[in-house]
Ligand binder design. Structure first.
Ligand code: FES
Ligand code: FE2
Length: 468
């Protein structure tokens, strides 16, 4: 094995961890030492989405964020104040939360072992036999809960374990305005599932980094394109969806893909001959609504169908009329929506990646969110989360976001068709990456560039030698 000296860490940098000009060495996905380095150098220093605000809607509500061996309690103190604390009792180290979410009764955080107590701000309120500690000179600051840096943005609580991290505003700057335009901060919990997946966290999330997999993995979404892939009709005239997609690689490892002006919402039509365009549009939306129950919801499909038989005004298009109908319906229900500007519509159905592990797929008053977290010890395991979010009518109660854990992700009752198709590939990829016949993977320069951009940013944290 060739070893190269790593710059920041002083550790040896195996050949199997190298980024190549056209691909990635497979050790990054399979080597326990690489996972260990990720925890030491990436997860302890990077901004990461620890919670959605609707996990902690009321004063005293808390949720627990766990990444590797580290755990953070995120508490709502009042309408405008959130606190994030290391999940540990300063006395003898008991975890104050056992995981998941809950409520601190009477605004008291109490350690179950000896009953030390804090208020929601993390100030100590009670130490049994206080005079016994530090020769009777125990100060409040000695036993306050230790805070973790945090920032609220777009409905998320982002945390950073680094005491002196890069400013969040710098970190988020490439995508900040775009996400604000999409009103991601207005999205509230619809459902949230956690799935234990037998694959490296990067393998799992990179399965969602491009549209290039759609013809083979989701053939129902691109019938003609699938015919080309499977050789049934190699001469079929087909425009792959991913041909209409622009992929951007941003600084700080972020990225996105989007269709811009090439969407039905902006008037582009490619309905099959002899099919009613309203049926064609509604049927396609329905595949997404039934296949994901996220991004496109059943109510949106009904709104599309309601356009049947209605004339399209001069200068308008079916897509534009659909957008109008969506906004009329939302206004009636007092549902917040992003401004229907062409730039916003062009981002619907696309995807944002916020480095290192958050994907946001925005749509019309909905967004699907994926978050992928490594296992603490095993590079072949991760937790894949799907959060379906939407804006709610003003008078409708928003359910508290509580994660439901999936026990069998290939069971159609538990995971719907489209993510199930993706999840079917992921363990197979992980298996293949261990093959002696696979030392590197190849990446498409354009369609898969978000993957390379993410790994390049990772290497800055990990202290990879720059010549690699
Ligand atoms: S360990 Fe928490 S009070 Fe003793
Ligand atoms: Fe997919």
């Amino acid at each position: 094995m060739t070893l190269i000296a790593a710059e920041k860490t002083g550790a040896e940098w195996p050949e199997s961890w190298r980024l190549l000009s056209h691909g990635i060495r497979t050790g990054r996905y399979t080597d326990p030492a690489f996972l260990k380095l990720e925890f030491e150098q990436l997860w302890t220093k990077v901004w990461q989405a620890a919670a959605r605000l609707d996990e902690i809607p009321a004063r005293g509500d808390y949720t627990t964020y766990t990444i590797g061996d580290q755990s953070v309690i995120i508490v709502r103190v009042d309408d405008d104040t959130i606190k994030a604390f290391h999940n540990v009792c300063p006395h003898r180290g008991t975890a104050l939360s056992d995981g998941g979410c809950g409520h601190f009764e009477k605004d008291r955080i109490i350690c179950p072992f000896h009953g030390w107590r804090w208020d929601l701000q993390g100030n100590n309120q009670f130490v049994l036999e206080r005079h016994e500690f530090k020769s009777g000179k125990l100060e409040d600051k000695d036993v306050a809960l230790r805070e973790v840096e945090h920032v609220v943005f777009a409905g998320f609580v982002f945390i950073n374990f680094d005491k002196n991290p890069i400013p969040f505003d710098d970190f988020i700057s490439p995508v900040k305005q775009l996400l604000e335009d999409l009103a991601i901060g207005e999205m509230r919990n619809y459902w949230w599932k956690g799935i234990a997946v037998p694959a490296n966290w990067k393998v799992a999330q990179e399965a969602f980094f491009e549209g290039y997999h759609v013809p083979a993995t989701h053939p129902q979404l691109e019938v003609k394109a699938a015919a080309v892939v499977y050789g049934d009709d190699p001469n079929a005239e087909v425009e792959f969806t991913h041909h209409n997609i622009t992929t951007d690689a941003f600084p700080y490892g972020h990225g996105r893909f989007y269709a811009g002006k090439n969407t039905a919402m902006q008037g582009k039509t490619n309905y099959p001959d002899g099919v009613d365009p309203v049926d064609a549009m509604a049927d396609r939306l329905n595949l997404l609504a039934e296949g994901m129950d996220a991004q496109v919801l059943k109510a949106d499909v009904e709104i599309a169908r309601s356009l049947k038989g209605k004339p399209i005004p001069e200068g308008s298009s079916l897509g534009a009329e659909f957008v109008k109908a969506l906004y009329t319906d939302a206004a009636k229900k007092q549902r917040p929506m992003p401004k229907p500007e062409p730039e916003v519509l062009g981002m619907w159905g696309g995807e944002f990646f916020i480095f290192p592990n958050l994907l946001i797929l925005p749509n019309a008053g909905n967004a699907m969110i994926y978050r992928v977290m490594p296992d603490a010890r095993d590079p072949d395991k991760c937790t894949f989360e799907i959060l379906s979010t939407k804006t709610y009518p003003a008078d409708e109660a928003v359910p508290r976001a509580i994660r439901e854990d999936v026990t069998d992700y290939m069971n159609p009752e538990q995971v719907l068709e489209i993510p199930r198709q993706d999840l079917g590939n992921i363990p197979r990829m992980q298996k293949g990456l261990h093959s002696l016949g696979c030392k590197q993977i190849w990446l498409a320069e354009n369609y898969e560039k978000m993957i390379m951009n993410m790994h390049r940013e990772m290497d800055k944290y990990l202290g990879a030698p720059t010549e690699s």
